[in-house]
Every structure is written in C-alpha cells, then in structure tokens.
Design a protein. Structure first.
Lengths: 119, 374
C-alpha cells in the first residue's frame, strides 16, 4: 500500500492500482453524503480532479495520483456514500486505474511515512 | 488557535472530545466524536445541547421610567413592534441600515422593567456601538459573565424540567427567570433548529455544572456548530453574513413577518426605523428578488456561492446560493438563494456545480416541518 500527501491510499494489484481515501481523511471530512465518480475509460493526468466527495461539511476533490486510465469505479459508493466513513480502506474504494508508468507509484509514501505525516 | 476567545464551557468541550474551530473570534466545537449527521438526527429525535455563549447577550436598561422607554428607543433601530411586546415575551428582530439592508438579526425580550437582546457573535461589538450611538435614554450593557446554552429537540422540555420543574408552562417565545439550585437562569422557550427548545443564560461559574447535569440525561447529547447549521437550514432560518446582510432587505429575505402592522404604512408607529422608505415601499409593491428555497435533484449539494441559472444552457446567472448543504432529516440536499421575484414555487432552475448545470426545484421553506410549542 502507498499513500499520497492528499491522503489517498493506492493498492497495486498487477498492472492496476485501486485508489481510496485514508481513515484519517474520512474522519476529517466527516459524514460523507455524496460521491461523484469518474467514468471508466477516462484518461487522466496526475493531479486531475477525478472524483468529488461531499460531506455534511464541504466538498473535497479526489485527484488522480498518476497519469493513466480509469478502468473501473465503485458502484457501491453511489448508493451508500456512508461507506467512506464505515470502511474507508476496504469497501469504500473509489476507482481502479491503470498507470501509464507502473514505476510512478514508487515515489509515494509507505505506511510508516504516512503515519508520520498524520501524526 | 491563538488570539481566539473561549467560552466558559471550553474545558467541557475538550473533555467531550470536540473538534474545535475558529468561529466569529471564538474557539468553538464544530462537532463531537459522534459527528454532524448523528448530532443533527439526535436533536430532531431527542435533545441536543449547544454552547451558544459566543453570542452577545445585551441588557437594555432605561435610565428613567419603565421598559417602554427602552422599547421606544429600540424601535428607532428595528422595524419591530417592541412597545407592543408584553412582559415575559420575546420576538425576532432586525437592525436595519439607512439603505434598508440588514445589520444583524436578534432576539428581543421584554423582562418587565428592561429589555434583553441576544445578537450574533460576529456582530456584537458593532451592534453595541450602533445601539449606544442611537439609544437616547437607555443604557446598553454587554453581559460577559454568563454562558448561553441552547437545549433543542422534542425531549428538551422533559430534560430541562428535571432540573427546573417550572419551565413546563412556558410557551414558545416566553421568557422567564427560574432558579436551579439557587442559581438564577434566564430562560426563553426558543431556539434556532426548528424544534421546541430553550435558550438558557447561566452565570459563568455554574455553566459547566449545569451543562453536565443536562448531559447526564441519556436523551441529551452535545451538538456542535456543524449540526447547528444543518438544523437551522432545514428549518429555513437565516444565518447572518450568509443569507442576510447589508445587501439584503428584510422583505427580500422573506422576513416581512418580523415587521408588525403597527410599524407598516398606515400603522400607528409606521416607519421611524433606518431604511423605512425602501422597506415600506417593498412591503407595498413587492421586492425585485426574494430568498427562496431550493431542493436540488439527486444528492449533490449546491453549496454557498453556487450560481443559479433560469435555463439549462446559456444566459447569465439569475442568483446565487447563500446557504446550501445536505439535510440529514430530509435526506437530501437543500439550499437558499436570492432569485428574481417572478420565479415561483414549483419552477425548476439550474445550479452550476463544478461546471455542470444541475436542476433544482423552488420549494417552500422550511424544508423540514418546524415543531415549536405554540
């Protein structure tokens, strides 16, 4: 598992990486009431706003962690956005993408570094 | 959070695990560990306890004579029938400016021989200066040694009656002084959630003990600013600085009900408040725009600042959202916006959410039925 400074987690499996937000991010956001997901097949560049989380407090963007293509989105989040609070690192994954350069993931934080970041 | 003031319930908030945020110059709890959604729903189902000690509590005491002297003085600043407010009663009011805009909204209580008003935290210094400059024969004194606690929800009356039995007979917008363990409480049956409830002014040294006694009741849970905002928005109530300010008039804001007949054209004390020319004309002829309620389709909230369009494509914005979010009790998004008066309930408008125009229906407010104890 890798982590971004935007509090996303990245789980590589084969040539695909699953992306979600960390428990720390979910707690900071508060109760999530709506999630807007990208369309599968969309080509994205690192830093693109690809999804939106609306909590009771505010809207937050989910950014593409690397260049690549969105291959799948999590349909469960549309029906049950509260999953983001209940199981942020499991059932509440946002999308799966195929990185243009699989080595691009190496640059992200490991769990120890992320823990140090969020204290 | 240096430079911020703390209320006398600060230690209690920390002990309860609150997340503190800066608000109107104070460090205030935005939520407790249970979170905004549960705090909101708990208030609607049982009772929520809110620290609103940051708000300005002001005594208006006539230098000579009775309460009518202070009432007459205050009427020069508000389009409200203060002279006709009976002892033991409270009503909503507005400070207006010369152009008919709103300087603040407030609660005005007649406490027999003087008035007691509660103003917004962000406006209390300005309001005090405004009152002191205009009140001719009345002293305005900021009460700084009392906390203000709101207890809101269908179980609020039962919870408070355990400590203060003689509140059960109070009606909505009644005010009274009651004692708890020898401590004088200034109580009003009012609030800002759309529910039955009370606002209780407690001497600072006893505030935490009083709050803890209320919280010992399993029906009572602490509620932060986050849920306070979603509760008041569901109830269709205005937040100063967002839904009302110097650029909005009381009539545009849909607050004409706060202007009693006696202050309107033809009334015994018509006008005589700042901006009366414009406000009375708008009461007669109708305003060009009005604050309206919106229910966006789907689940995406339209937040404050969202531009509203009359059509799905093209055209210029016809208004902008002043408060918007997700209503836990209505289980969907809701918003308020100022829109051209020609638009009516049932019409569809479009809000620009992240570059896409999403439909929203104009609906009557409140979004959630209010349950005041009439």
């Amino acid at each position: 598992m890798k982590y971004t400074e935007e509090h996303e987690w990245l789980r590589p499996e084969g040539d695909v990486v699953t992306v979600g937000i960390t428990a720390h991010a979910a707690e900071q956001l508060g109760d999530v009431v709506f999630v807007e997901l990208p369309e599968a097949g969309r080509r994205v560049s690192r830093g693109d706003e690809v999804a939106v989380i609306e909590s009771v407090k505010a809207a937050s963007d989910i950014l593409a962690p690397v260049d690549g293509e969105i291959v799948e989105v999590n349909p469960a989040l549309a029906d049950n956005p509260g999953l983001v609070n209940e199981d942020p690192t499991g059932a509440a994954w946002f999308f799966r993408m195929r990185p243009a350069d699989p080595a691009a993931l190496d640059a992200f934080m490991d769990e120890a570094a992320y823990r140090a970041l969020v204290g | 959070m240096s430079g911020l003031r703390r209320t006398c319930l600060h230690d209690l908030h920390l002990a309860l695990g609150a997340r503190m945020v800066p608000f109107a110059g104070y460090e205030m709890p935005v939520q407790y560990p249970s979170g905004v959604l549960r705090e909101h729903l708990h208030t609607r189902e049982k009772a929520g306890l809110f620290d609103v000690s940051h708000m300005g509590q002001v005594l208006l005491v006539p230098r000579q004579g009775g309460v009518e002297e202070a009432a007459r003085d205050l009427e020069a600043l508000v389009p409200v029938d203060v002279l006709g407010l009976p002892a033991g009663r409270q009503r909503y009011g507005l400070f207006t400016d010369d152009s008919g805009g709103i300087l603040d909204d407030l609660m005005i209580a007649n406490r027999g021989d003087h008035l007691f008003v509660v103003v917004n935290a962000s406006r209390k210094e300005a309001d005090l200066a405004h009152m002191r400059a205009a009140l001719r024969a009345t002293d305005a004194a900021l009460v700084e040694d009392r906390a203000l606690i709101a207890l809101q929800g269908p179980r609020a009356a039962a919870a408070l009656a355990q400590l203060v039995p003689d509140v059960a007979d109070m009606a909505f917008m009644d005010v009274a002084v009651r004692t708890w363990d020898g401590v004088g409480l200034w109580i009003s049956r009012s609030g800002y959630t759309g529910e039955d409830g009370f606002e209780i002014s407690v001497p600072a040294p006893f505030a935490e003990a009083f709050a803890r006694r209320l919280l010992a009741d399993p029906d009572v849970a602490p509620v932060g600013l986050g849920a306070r905002d979603s509760l008041r928005l569901e109830a269709g109530l205005c937040l100063y600085g967002h839904d009302i300010d110097e650029t909005t008039t009381p009539v545009e804001a849909g607050l004409a009900w706060a202007i009693q007949k006696v202050r309107r054209t033809g009334g015994a004390r018509a006008g005589g408040f700042p901006g009366a020319g414009r406000i009375l004309a708008e009461l007669e002829g109708g305003p060009a725009r009005r604050r309206m309620g919106l229910r966006p389709e789907g689940r995406a909230p339209m937040r404050e600042g969202t531009e509203i369009y009359a059509d799905e494509t093209g055209g210029a914005p016809v208004g902008r959202v002043t408060s918007g979010g997700f209503g836990p009790s209505i289980d969907g998004p809701m918003a308020m916006a100022y829109l051209p008066a020609g638009l009516t309930e049932g019409a569809t408008v479009w809000g620009d959410v992240r570059g896409r125009r999403l439909p929203a229906r104009i609906v009557p407010m409140p979004f959630q039925p209010t349950r005041y104890r009439r």
